[in-house]
Write a protein that binds this ligand. Sequence first.
Ligand SMILES: NC(=O)c1ccc[n+]([C@@H]2O[C@H](COP(=O)([O-])OP(=O)(O)OC[C@H]3O[C@@H](n4cnc5c(N)ncnc54)[C@H](O)[C@@H]3O)[C@@H](O)[C@H]2O)c1
Length: 306
Amino acid sequence: MNFFLETLMVFVFSVVYNLEAFFRMFIPARKKSVAGEIVLLTGAGSGIGRLIALEFARLGARLVLWDINEEGNKETARMIKESHGSRAHTYTCDCSKREEVYRVADQVKREVGDVTILVNNAGIVTGKKFLQCPDSLLQKTMEVNSIAHFWTYKAFLPAMIAGNHGHLVSIASSAGLTGVNGLADYCASKFAAVGFAESVALELHASGCDGVKTTIVCPFFINTGMFDGAYTKWPSLLPILEPEYACRKIIDAVRRDQVYLCIPRFIYVILALKSILPTKLGVLLGTYMGSFDFMAQFKGHQTKSD
Ligand SMILES: NC(=O)c1ccc[n+]([C@@H]2O[C@H](COP(=O)([O-])OP(=O)(O)OC[C@H]3O[C@@H](n4cnc5c(N)ncnc54)[C@H](O)[C@@H]3O)[C@@H](O)[C@H]2O)c1
């Protein structure tokens, strides 16, 4: 194609896509039905994973619940049964272990069928400064929060591509978009999760597979216990999110085939500023926003003995 025509096309489409994005601010895309879809959630035994599972079940999807915590996972299944009368399939699986993921994935395919919506949600946080964090925990964080996604995609994506139907959901974090003092290992793992999900989405696009959708979720702190003690200086701009709100936004984003979801919206502003401001000004604004102290009082999940 010649240079003039190609450049003209880019201009025309940039107007069209900008108008479309503007229009979508007032009239959002229709929500697709997820009834009958087979939804597999990792980390379904508590927090956001449990809420997402309950909501998908309410919408008529068939649920496959994975967690390392067998009791929590069974409790989610029991809640689904009680609230919606449907049976969820529970599997105890440590998704950081490649062979275990492949073994349990085969079991799911035999017992339930091909997964059509995969939600990589399982996650851990050490909350330790990098030099104080034992090597084994640094490694585990990477294995659970990002490398596990390789194995689940390898296990379930081929059938989605073959049927040109499916949805990959990555529950990442705003810590996967900008570094945070005191969260070096967590940020590394979430940046990796975002980069991986984004790249596979582009691979799908380049290969013309338009039936497999992707959603990357980047929330600020959510009040699930995982980040207990984390602090926000300006809660009106950066509130600690309620799990029910985060869950509602995530399900809506999936049903509207939204590619990126940052919550609260102010995360989009931070991301834009980070890309355009001089570094010193970025650091000054970060200090003003209290970002250096987010993790100062971090306690994390509290057990009964704490
Ligand atoms: N809570 C927040 O503030 C927050 C903010 C942004 C992103 N996130 C992300 O959201 C996701 C869910 O977090 P949450 O707040 O519900 O936390 P949570 O601790 O309540 O839930 C995490 C679940 O993952 C499970 N899990 C941990 N390691 C596992 C493994 N190896 N294999 C299988 N399951 C495993 C846990 O047993 C638990 O049920 C995580 O990926 C987290 O990083 C959380």
